[in-house]
Design a protein around this ligand. Structure first.
Ligand code: F0G
Length: 461
């Protein structure tokens, strides 16, 4: 039968120039590999992985322009030309004036937390992120979640689940006083909520409110371009604005930022901190020489800074974001078509499967998300990661956090996989879904002190 034209599809705004060959393993090999890895997908060797959806961090494919920029890297110890190019890109596109370069994003988080947080301070934020909260705690602060309640409900389809609940912030100010709050920590496209955006309207209200109380907004801009794309698609008045302009507007509503360039900025390593406050910058510039390197490279090679500068610009292209988010949406729709429970709306950097709903016979202490990630790997060599109780870790007093969301993240690297890979992933998940009732949970056999999800080991119950 001849098909009637019903829609016009988008396609990736690039073509392939080089490919990396993948290895496939047998089920027996995978069962042995995951057992040896303590049922933790972070401890697998990547050569044993077929399709790697562990993270979108540092796993992006660089463009030919980025690869050629690497050759221009100025590796001078001091005053590298590449540093000034990156500084220019941050000033032009991200609207923050002064910045320091750091190896990954958490290097920037360490420095900024040390500068701004005093013992006993409270740091409110739109949901925690693992490394960000730990640096806030190590600096003597306590993180308080002020994201809207909708963000904790995987089935709620509110389009801006990254929004801040100003009532929650008001209560914190009443309880502790504005002086105890050095800044509000705002992430764009909130990772732990499932890659969910904050709206411009909410950010503007927050800006007005924090100005009244003399509190800074520090922006984790790791996925700011993806957030801007959602604003363009979903927020009234932004339909005709470019991702580039929306990013600029977001950044103009903040006082400083940390960024892991390994995500939106399309590189394999690097990050930075940026601020509009000269005092904060001076202290950062001084601290960076203790922990990372001179302030004109901060632990990065000149070539890395060149690639980030180009990557920032490429990430702000509307068609790039359409294809990027479009691919994530495609995978989400495939999973849903098999009845697999996912976080709605489908997020920016990956699809988050609701492990509590997938494996309802397991209690949270049996680690449903950790279990599901291990089963997916055994099924087909697809590597995903846990974003639930293991990632949430322990409070400073040693008690477990019990997050409402118990998720498995299918994170999609940018410009790396095809729709056919997404089909294979969805079919693998469907095969696990078909045998879900027989799946047993896990117990912990080893747990490191910090960020346990990276290195903890488990056994089957
Ligand atoms: N902030 C957010 C929102 C992140 O997602 C990450 C890293 C960081 C900060 C830290 O950056 O890795 O360069 O030190 N997220 C990775 C992930 C690890 O898989 O979500 P980094």
């Amino acid at each position: 039968m001849i098909k009637k034209l019903q829609k016009r599809s988008w396609a990736e705004p690039y073509k392939m120039k080089m490919v990396e060959l993948l290895k496939q393993t047998t089920r027996g090999q995978r069962s042995r590999a995951i057992k040896a890895a303590g049922y933790n997908t972070f401890l697998l060797k990547s050569e044993d992985v077929y399709i790697d959806l562990l993270t979108d961090s540092g796993t992006n494919a660089m463009s030919d322009r980025q690869w050629s920029a690497l050759m221009l890297g100025d590796e001078a110890y001091a005053g590298s030309n590449s540093y000034y190019k990156l500084e220019k890109a941050v000033q032009k596109f991200l609207w923050l004036q002064i910045f320091s370069a750091h190896t990954p994003g958490r290097g920037a988080e360490n420095i900024l937390s040390r500068i701004l947080i005093r013992k006993g301070d409270v740091v409110p934020g739109n949901m925690y992120f693992t490394t960000t909260r730990l640096h806030q705690e190590l600096a003597g602060g306590t993180f308080e979640d002020i994201i809207i309640d909708e963000a904790h409900d995987p089935t709620n389809e509110f389009p801006f689940k990254g929004n801040v609940d100003l009532e929650k912030l008001t209560r914190l100010i009443k309880k502790h006083g504005a002086k105890k709050i050095p800044y509000v920590s705002i992430a764009t496209n909130v990772n732990m909520a499932g890659g969910q955006p904050i709206s411009m309207k909410n950010l503007k209200e927050l800006r007005k409110f924090t100005k009244q109380h003399g509190i800074r907004i520090i922006h984790d801009m790791t996925r700011v371009a993806e957030n801007a794309y959602f604003i363009q698609q979903r927020e009234k008045g932004y339909e005709k604005k470019s991702v580039k302009d929306i990013v600029k507007e977001i950044c103009s509503l903040t006082d400083g930022a940390t960024m892991s360039a390994k995500k939106d900025a399309l590189v394999n390593i690097g990050g930075f901190m940026a601020t509009n406050e000269w005092d904060v910058f001076e202290e950062a510039r001084n601290l960076v020489v203790i922990y990372e390197g001179l302030h004109t490279y901060g632990g990065l090679a000149g070539r890395d800074m060149e690639a980030i500068a180009v990557g920032i610009e490429e990430s702000l292209n509307d068609r790039h974001q359409q294809a990027r988010i479009g691919q994530v949406e495609y995978l989400g729709q495939q999973l849903e078509s098999y009845g697999i429970p996912i976080v709605k709306p489908i997020g920016g950097h990956g699809v988050f499967v609701d492990a509590k709903a997938f494996l309802p016979h397991l209690t949270q202490d049996e680690f449903p998300a950790q279990t599901l990630a291990a089963e997916l790997y055994i099924e087909s060599g697809v590597r995903t990661m846990e974003r639930g109780m293991v990632s949430a870790g322990r409070k400073p007093n040693g008690e477990n956090y019990y997050p409402k969301l118990e998720l498995v993240r299918f994170t999609i690297p940018r410009r790396v996989y095809t729709q056919a890979h997404m089909d294979v992933v969805a079919e693998s998940a469907a095969a696990v879904f078909a045998r879900r009732n027989k799946i047993r949970g896990l117990k912990v056999v080893y747990e490191p002190k910090y960020l346990r999800f990276f290195q903890a080991r488990f056994e089957r119950k």
